[in-house]
Design a protein around this ligand. Structure first.
Ligand code: OOG
Ligand code: NI
Length: 463
């Protein structure tokens, strides 16, 4: 194989995320409507805010915006998770973060597969929120044994996908033809299958244990359950959805509307009710299943541990007063009020070390400038820019809210908090990376680049 006919993991990721988007648009028509709405809102937001456009361009976020989306899947066994890790590795996606959702009454724990280096993120930050079902949380022992047996029997990866994963592991890359075949084969795992692997009776019992358990156990594969585009103005999308015939979730998850967006805000619309065919014979065994939905998100600055602690505290203070019982307008105003304690200018966020920034040198200078003025002096003088680093990850409380609202709203089970990261990593066959370390690293590297550029008398952008 010559380097010419091989493709990079970044390219395979983009091929795959496009193919996934096309497939989902065909399967869930409202996804297409949503994509159009988001494209319209993003275009008008950028037109109205040239500074935002300039900042996104500088951060390499402008070109990736149209491609940017995340998906989510739910797996049934440790073996599935371990192979999924190898499949995503072909696309340069590695597991970042550990999320315990049992606290919120959802019997799964999760990670996000995503690219981690700046260049790859700039090309296409495609992420997949990946959950592993915790069968040990099913109380009924017989049902647990049955669910396990059903899961052990299924094969969610095609032989072709497995062969190409091995090929990638041996060669370190794929040829273009192999990559195209890989994308086709890998897509099969994420496709919707309307034939269930269980009979109607078992599906009913699984539903009784938890809707999510039924969603994982009853099917041939981990159908992608949503695909989420990134908007620059989620409030506008929330307002625009009903106008295009989409019924949005009542409240936006995450922080309130702010001048300087932090972390992640998300809203979604209800799952489709889809016909399924249970095992056993004949038409009488048809039924329906709701699993797939639409979601939109707006991303803001990644917070430091200190910033995240403040975020968690403020959010908890509002939710403790009872989010579910109150009206959505009341929740929004209480949220906005609580978050008055979170500084809403990038200067203040930086001064208090609440968020991560990427530094770039706008004008060349000398090493002495840095010593004389310090980084803050150079920023004040407009010679260095500090741009917010975008949050690339997820929020467990928001994820739980999205799960809940799409599982039918009334689903409330309580499992005690029992994070088990060790068990998750054992299933995964690898450790998950720490998101804070990744952002910290990006910030440090940008500062070092500014220092080096000053020393050499260049601008960062000349590098
Ligand atoms: C995943 C829900 C989490 C998000 O954006 O927080 C998620 C699921 O429903 O499987 O995708
Ligand atoms: Ni999502």
């Amino acid at each position: 194989m010559t380097l010419n006919d091989s493709v990079s993991s970044d390219d395979v990721r983009t091929m795959f995320s496009r193919a996934m988007s096309d497939m989902y648009r065909a399967e869930v028509p409202q996804y297409g409507t949503l994509m159009e709405l988001v494209a319209d809102v993003n275009a008008s937001t950028l037109a109205a805010d040239p500074q935002l456009r300039e900042r996104l361009a500088r951060a390499d976020e402008l070109d990736r915006l149209d491609l940017e989306r995340h998906g989510a899947i739910r797996l049934g066994t440790a073996g599935e998770l371990a192979t999924m890790r190898r499949l995503f590795a072909v696309m340069g996606m590695v597991p970042v973060g550990y999320y315990d959702l049992s606290v919120a009454g959802v019997p799964v724990h999760s990670t996000a597969f995503r690219p981690i280096d700046n260049v790859s993120l700039g090309r296409n930050p495609f992420r997949v929120f990946t959950s592993l079902l915790r069968l040990e949380l099913i109380e009924d022992e017989d049902l647990r044994t049955e669910a396990q047996a059903v899961l052990e029997r299924r094969r969610i990866f095609t032989p072709g996908a497995l062969r190409l994963i091995e090929r990638f592991e041996e060669q370190g890359r794929l040829t273009r033809a192999e990559a195209e075949e890989f994308v086709r084969e890998a897509l099969e795992t994420f496709r919707w299958h309307s034939e269930a692997t269980v009979d109607a009776d078992t599906h009913g019992k699984l539903l009784g244990a938890h809707r999510l358990i039924a969603d994982v156990v009853s099917f041939k594969g981990p159908h992608i359950n949503h695909l989420t585009p990134r908007t620059l103005d989620i409030d506008a999308v929330q307002v625009g959805m009903p106008e295009r015939g989409i019924t949005a979730k009542a409240v936006i998850e995450g922080p309130p509307t702010r001048a300087c967006p932090i972390l992640l805000r998300q809203t979604s619309f209800k799952a489709l009710e889809e016909p399924i065919l249970f095992t056993g014979e004949g038409q009488a065994h048809g039924g329906t299943h709701t699993a797939r939905f639409g979601e939109i998100e707006q991303r803001g600055i990644a917070l430091t541990r200190k910033g995240r602690t403040l975020y968690d505290e403020l959010l908890a203070s509002v939710r403790d007063e009872g989010a579910a019982g109150s009206s959505s307008a009341d929740y929004a105003s209480r949220l906005a009020e609580a978050f008055l304690r979170f500084p809403d200018s990038y200067e203040e966020i930086r001064a208090q070390e609440l968020g991560f920034f990427r530094y770039s040198l706008m004008e060349s200078g000398t090493a002495a400038d840095l010593e004389g003025m310090g980084i803050d002096g150079l920023i004040a003088g407009g010679r260095v820019k500090a741009d917010p680093i975008v949050y690339e990850d997820f929020l467990p409380v928001s994820a739980a809210g999205i799960f809940q609202s799409n599982l039918g709203g009334t689903e409330q089970r309580s499992y005690s908090a029992n994070a088990n990261r060790d068990a998750f990593e054992a299933a995964l066959g690898a450790a998950v990376l720490d998101e804070f370390d990744l952002y910290e690293d990006a910030q440090t590297r940008s500062l070092e680049a500014v220092r080096a550029a000053l020393r050499d008398g260049r601008c960062s952008s000349d590098a």
